[in-house]
Write a protein that binds this ligand. Structure first.
Ligand code: SAM
Length: 181
């Protein structure tokens, strides 16, 4: 996946207490489904350790970055920005254009997901406001579908490096290999 332009996921609007598991799952979904980096802004930074712990145990490469403020990240992003929102253009109608742009200019892609109401400047700064259906649901679900569309399913076959644990697929039961033990 790493010959491709970098894909980073920015989580904004984290509400302490209420959003702890959701923010963790945004980070874990970004990692599992092919993004290169999660950027956790403000109080979302408290979830970085959990995401890093999963990367340490189950492999990478995947970076978890914490920043004080999300605004400069989006405003000054040197590449393309997708904002996932139920009010945007349907993913099935813009995915080809997004993929084509990334393949042509090779610039990094920032994928922004919100929590509560997302400030309007994000809609303006985004190159694409993208909806995964125009129905309200979840940042985790929309991120998963968007990444799978973006990578056309290739992320499902990625290899993991430096894993302490590797799950061996089983029809029934659980098998985990731990090479160092
Ligand atoms: N009501 C909020 C607003 O107006 O911005 C959104 C709240 S929603 C629970 C949290 C996040 O989930 C959104 O910021 C967006 O990133 C994502 N989301 C929810 N439904 C979506 C959809 N249909 N398509 C794309 N993203 C969606």
């Amino acid at each position: 996946m790493h010959e491709e332009p970098e894909v980073a996921v920015l989580r904004l609007g984290h509400r302490p207490g209420r959003d702890e598991r959701i923010t963790t799952h945004v980070g874990l979904t970004a990692r599992a489904l092919g993004a290169d980096r999660a950027i956790l802004a403000g109080q979302a930074s408290s979830r970085a350790d959990t995401v890093e712990d999963i990367t340490d145990r189950f492999g990478g490469p995947f970076e978890t970055e914490t920043v004080e403020s999300w605004r400069p990240v989006v405003r000054d992003w040197d590449g393309n920005v997708v904002h996932l929102t139920m009010y945007g253009l349907e993913v099935q109608n813009v995915e080809d254009e997004i993929r084509g742009t990334l393949q042509a200019d090779r610039d990094p892609l920032l994928v922004v997901v919100g929590a509560e109401k997302v400030p309007f400047e994000v809609y303006e700064w985004a190159d694409w406001n993208v909806a995964v259906t125009n129905q309200p649901h979840s940042e985790i679900a929309s991120l998963a579908v968007f990444l799978d569309r973006l990578f056309e399913g290739r992320e499902l076959d990625r290899e993991w490096e430096d894993a302490q644990k590797t799950v061996i697929p089983q029809a029934i039961g659980k098998r985990v290999e731990e090479p160092d033990e």
